[in-house]
Design a protein around this ligand. Structure first.
Ligand SMILES: C[S@@+](CC[C@H](N)C(=O)[O-])C[C@H]1O[C@@H](n2cnc3c(N)ncnc32)[C@H](O)[C@@H]1O
Length: 198
């Protein structure tokens, strides 16, 4: 078995054993180990959250009394203590609904958005960056001062400009590739700290 396949298989087996809905759960857990994203009682919104691995990790980290909301185009099977909304992040009414549910602003916005993959590199990159830009706009509407966002991004020529836009809203923006992410995949994660209200 090639190294990449072996690594995928390792996290797939681990996820089954630990009861996580996706291998991606370990990426978020590893990012949290490095950047201390979650605090007990933080309010979390997770965009592009089906099947729900990140939601499971977020809920474990913030505790049963904290609000965790998942948004996805696809249905998300119910998870104890998690509110799920089916809709697109590009729809401003979805964000209105989150603000209404929370009754204020949130501490953390996560985004693991992926478009339907065409296999054409430039197209997939452009679509993913466009989705992430919508997640950034959502973060700007949703976050409290000093809030945190984590965005998955696909590497490519449009990424630098998006990072610049992120730096207009967050005092610190770090690029990270957690161990659970395949080294040769085009994804990386931007951990954005200290949201500034404008
Ligand atoms: C890689 S998966 C997320 C996996 C998830 N983080 C987990 O741990 O289970 C990416 C998700 O982005 C969702 N997505 C794509 N476009 C979207 C949009 N416009 N609005 C909301 N979700 C979207 C897809 O439906 C898909 O479920």
């Amino acid at each position: 078995m090639r190294l990449i396949e072996a690594k995928k298989e390792y996290y797939r087996t681990l996820a089954k054993k630990d009861g996580y809905r996706s291998r991606s759960a370990y990426k978020l857990a590893q990012l949290d180990n490095s950047y201390h994203i979650f605090k007990s009682k933080s309010t979390v919104v997770d965009i592009g959250s089906s099947p729900g691995g990140w939601l499971q990790v977020a809920k474990q980290k913030v505790g049963e009394n904290a609000m965790v909301i998942g948004i996805d185009l696809k249905h998300i099977y119910p998870l104890q203590g998690v509110i799920t909304l089916q809709g697109s992040i590009t729809d401003s009414e979805v964000i209105d609904e989150v603000l209404k549910l929370v009754g204020g602003k949130v501490d953390i916005v996560l985004s693991d958005l992926s478009p339907n993959m065409s296999g054409i590199w430039d197209l997939d990159h452009a679509r993913q960056i466009s989705l992430t830009r919508a997640a950034l706009s959502a973060s700007v509407r949703l976050l409290k001062r000093d809030g945190i966002s984590v965005f998955k991004v696909f590497e490519g020529e449009l990424l630098e400009r998006l990072k610049k836009e992120m730096r207009c809203h967050f005092q610190r923006v770090y690029s990270s590739k957690p161990k659970a992410s395949r080294q040769r995949s085009s994804e990386q994660y931007l951990v954005c700290l200290d949201f500034t209200l404008t």
